[in-house]
Design a protein around this ligand. Structure first.
Ligand SMILES: [Zn+2]
Length: 213
């Protein structure tokens, strides 16, 4: 599989991402936190000093063209197709109980989950090869494809950011976008627009929790 072109040269993403040239480009709320250390490590090669006090959870895609630049004792990690956390809220809750206060969610360009329907026949065949009945495999893939498919990587990241912010209201959540070409992190431009959008006072609606997959 090919490495896609850099996002800064790709018309699909170029105007929607903010480059991080230095520490000053990192939003105020993320400064002096493990979010900042992670960004500085990924973009500028700063070493990460693991303190043994783990306050960071990172969620990203299963994508093999991206590897996290983190040492052990630094962060919890959830890797799921498209990087969305939906369905893994229990894992988030567990890390919170262990001291996590920051969550980084990382989207990326050229995500396979934006081509799920195109790839569905191959996925069905992969299950059949494992001994699944054709009909069962098709039914399963149809159901899961609807859950996993994304139309656009940056839009899916935005929706997941807003959803998570509503479900985990005390967590500092940083949505980032990684370029598969050189593993540099970018900040979605929509972040400044949605930062103060919507009031998140009061209890999280119970229906929201009960309807989680
Ligand atoms: Zn992906």
């Amino acid at each position: 599989m090919n490495i896609p072109p850099p996002v800064r040269a790709d018309n699909k993403y170029r105007d929607l991402l903010k480059e991080i040239h230095s520490r000053e480009d990192i939003p105020e709320a993320w400064r002096d936190t493990p979010i900042e250390s992670f960004v500085m490590s990924q973009n500028f090669g700063w070493p990460i000093a693991a303190t043994g006090k783990v306050e960071l959870l990172i969620a990203t895609c299963i994508e093999f063209r991206y590897s996290l630049p983190i040492p052990k004792m630094y962060a919890y990690v959830i890797r799921r197709a498209s990087g969305r956390v939906i369905g893994s809220e229990f894992s988030v809750g567990y890390t919170l109980s262990q001291g996590v206060r920051y969550l980084i969610i990382i989207g990326h360009n050229d995500c396979g989950m934006s081509k799920v329907y195109e790839k569905a026949p191959q996925v069905v065949q992969a299950f059949i090869d494992q001994g699944w009945e054709k009909e069962v495999a098709e039914e399963y893939v149809q159901k899961q494809a609807a859950r996993h498919a994304i139309k656009d990587e940056l839009e899916a990241l935005r929706e997941e950011y807003l959803r998570l912010r509503n479900v985990f209201r005390k967590l500092v959540i940083a949505p980032l976008f990684v370029c598969l070409h050189d593993s540099k992190l970018y900040i979605p431009k929509w972040l400044s627009e949605v930062q103060h959008e919507g009031e998140l006072n009061g209890a999280v609606p119970s229906e929201l929790i009960r309807n989680l997959p």
